[in-house]
Design a protein around this ligand. Sequence first.
Ligand SMILES: Cc1cc2nc3c(=O)[nH]c(=O)nc-3n(C[C@H](O)[C@H](O)[C@H](O)COP(=O)(O)O)c2cc1C
Length: 189
Amino acid sequence: MIAVVYAHPYPMHSRACRVLLGAIESLPGVSVRSLYDRYPDFDIDAAAEQAALAEARLVVWMHPLYWYTAPALMKLWFEQVLVKGWAYGEDGDALAGKDCLWVTTTGGDEIAFSPEGRHGHRIDAFAPVVEQTARFCGMNWLEPFVVHGAHIISDAALHEAAERLRQRVQQWSEGQKALEPQMNTDEHR
Ligand SMILES: Cc1cc2nc3c(=O)[nH]c(=O)nc-3n(C[C@H](O)[C@H](O)[C@H](O)COP(=O)(O)O)c2cc1C
C-alpha cells in the first residue's frame, strides 16, 4: 500500500537517508524499492516498477539531494516508468489520486538554503520540478519532508527527524483506515 522508491547511489555509505528509511521500512504495508541495489547497471524493469506503483496508495520518493534534484537513476526512473499512456496522456491514469511524499536530505544546512546562503534559495525553490512531476501524473502532493545538514546534524536530531517521518507515515496509514469504510460504501452504491 506504501511504495517507497529509494534512490541512494551508495546505500551502504548513507548516514541520513539510511536512518530515515530505517524508521519507515518495517511499518505495515511498506514496500521499499532500492533502485541502486536493484538496477546497478541502470537497466530498469519498468513493468515491475509500474506493477509496484499500481498496488500503492502512497508513493514515497526518497533520495539525497544531488545537484538540487534527484540522483541520476531516479531521473531515469521518472523517464522510463512514468510514461505516456500509463502515467499521463490518454488513458494514462495509473497514478491518478495516489498520494506522493518527497523525502530528501541535503548536505547544506538551513542557513545555506536561504537567499543569503551558499545555495541561494530555500529548499522550496528546488521542489517544483519534483512536485510537478507528481502533479502531472495526477498525484496528490503532500508536504515534503526534508532533512538539512545531513553530515552535521547530530545523531539525536537525525533520529528525532526519523521519528517525525515515521509518525507522518503512520498517521497517513491511520487516515486511510478511517477512509476505508467510506470507500467500501461508495463501491456498493
Ligand atoms: C554528486 C553530489 C551532488 C550533491 N548535490 C547537493 C546539492 O545540490 N545540495 C546539497 O545541499 N547537497 C548536495 N550534496 C550532498 C548530499 O545531498 C548529501 O551528501 C546527502 O544528503 C547525505 O545523505 P546520506 O547520508 O544519506 O548520504 C551532493 C552530494 C553529491 C555526492
